[in-house]
Design a protein around this ligand. Structure first.
Ligand code: PAF
Length: 280
C-alpha cells in the first residue's frame, strides 16, 4: 500500500491509474479504524479497481466543547489494517494541505435545512464542516466513486446533497452498518464506554428495532417517539433525539404516508455520544 500526504503526488498516482484504465474508489475516514471502516474498504474493492482511503481528523466538524483534541490518532495501526484489507493508497494530508488558508478563513460549504436538523440541531455547524472537508477530499482525490457508511445516515444524505447541488463528478455509494454481537453499531466513539456502559449501549439498537415493529403495526409516530425516549431515559441515556423520518430527506412523516422511512437516535451515555438508525 502506498502512503501519500501531498496532493500533487496523490493526484499523479490517481492519474496514472486512470490512464491505465483503473476505476478509483475513495473511502474518507478520520482514522481510528474498526470493522465498520474495513467493511467500507471491502465494499470499495467491489466497486472499482483501486481503493484510496483518507485519514484526516477534520477540525471544522467538531464543536468547541467536543472531542477534537482527544479524538484517537492511530495512523500506524490504521495503515496496517488498511493494507491487510487490500487498500491501494492511504492519503493522510496535514492540516495545511486541507486548509491552506487556515480553518478560520476557509471557504466553507453550508447545507441549509438538512444540515440543521437532528444531529445538526445539537451540533451546530457540524454538517457544514463535514460538507466542506468531503468536497475538498473529493477535489483532491477526484475518485470515480466514494463510499460512506449508513450508520451516519444524515451525513450520507448531506454528502449526496453536496455532490448533486455542486455538480461533483463522483458517484456516492453506501454500505450497511456493522454491529457488535449485542447489536451496538461499531463506532470510534465506543471506546469511550466502560464495560457496563457498553452493555447498556446495546439498548439503542433494541429500541430502534422496537420502534420499527411499532411502526409496522400502525402505531402513531409521536407516541412511538415519546415512548422510545422514555425507554432510553430509563436505561440511563441522555437522549438528544429519537425520530421517525422520511428516508429520502429526513423530514417528518405523516402516520400513513407511503414510502421509505428511517428511525434515528442520538443519545449520550457516559462520555460517549452515540448515534444509530434503521431503514424501513
Ligand atoms: O464519517 C467520518 O469519518 C467523517 O465525518 C468524514 C466523512 C471522513 C469527514 O471528515
Amino acid at each position: 500500500m502506498l502512503l501519500e500526504s501531498a496532493i500533487a503526488q496523490l493526484r499523479a498516482q490517481v492519474a496514472a491509474w486512470r490512464n491505465q484504465g483503473d476505476t478509483v474508489v475513495l473511502v474518507p475516514t478520520m482514522g481510528n479504524l474498526h470493522a465498520g471502516h474495513y467493511a467500507l474498504i471491502e465494499r470499495a474493492r467491489k466497486l472499482g479497481t483501486r481503493v484510496v482511503a483518507s485519514i484526516f481528523v477534520n477540525p471544522s466538524q467538531f464543536g468547541p466543547s467536543e472531542d477534537f483534541a482527544a479524538y484517537p490518532r492511530t495512523l500506524d495501526h490504521d495503515a496496517a489494517g488498511l493494507a491487510a484489507h487490500g487498500c491501494d493508497l492511504l492519503f493522510h494530508p496535514g492540516i495545511d494541505e486541507v486548509y491552506p488558508y487556515g480553518v478560520e478563513r476557509a471557504v466553507t460549504v453550508a447545507v441549509p435545512e438538512l444540515g440543521d436538523i437532528l444531529c445538526g440541531a445539537f451540533r451546530p455547524g457540524h454538517f457544514n464542516g463535514v460538507a466542506t472537508v468531503v468536497l475538498r477530499l473529493l477535489n483532491m482525490v477526484q475518485p470515480d466513486v466514494a463510499v460512506f457508511g449508513q450508520k451516519d445516515y444524515q451525513q450520507l444524505l448531506v454528502i449526496e446533497r453536496v455532490v448533486r447541488d455542486m455538480q461533483v463528478a463522483v458517484r456516492i455509494e453506501s454500505a450497511p452498518t456493522v454491529r457488535e454481537d449485542s447489536g451496538l453499531a461499531m463506532s470510534s466513539r465506543n471506546q469511550y464506554l466502560s464495560d457496563a456502559e457498553r452493555e447498556r449501549a446495546a439498548e439503542l439498537h433494541r429500541c430502534l428495532q422496537w420502534m420499527t415493529a411499532q411502526l409496522r403495526s400502525g402505531q402513531v409516530v409521536v407516541a412511538i417517539e415519546a415512548e422510545a425516549t422514555a425507554r432510553l431515559g430509563a436505561a440511563g441515556f441522555k437522549v438528544d433525539y429519537v425520530a421517525v423520518r422520511r428516508a429520502s430527506d429526513l423530514m417528518p412523516v405523516e402516520n400513513f404516508e407511503p414510502g421509505a422511512r428511517v428511525v434515528l437516535v442520538a443519545a449520550r451515555i457516559g462520555k460517549a455520544r452515540l448515534i444509530d438508525n434503521l431503514l424501513i
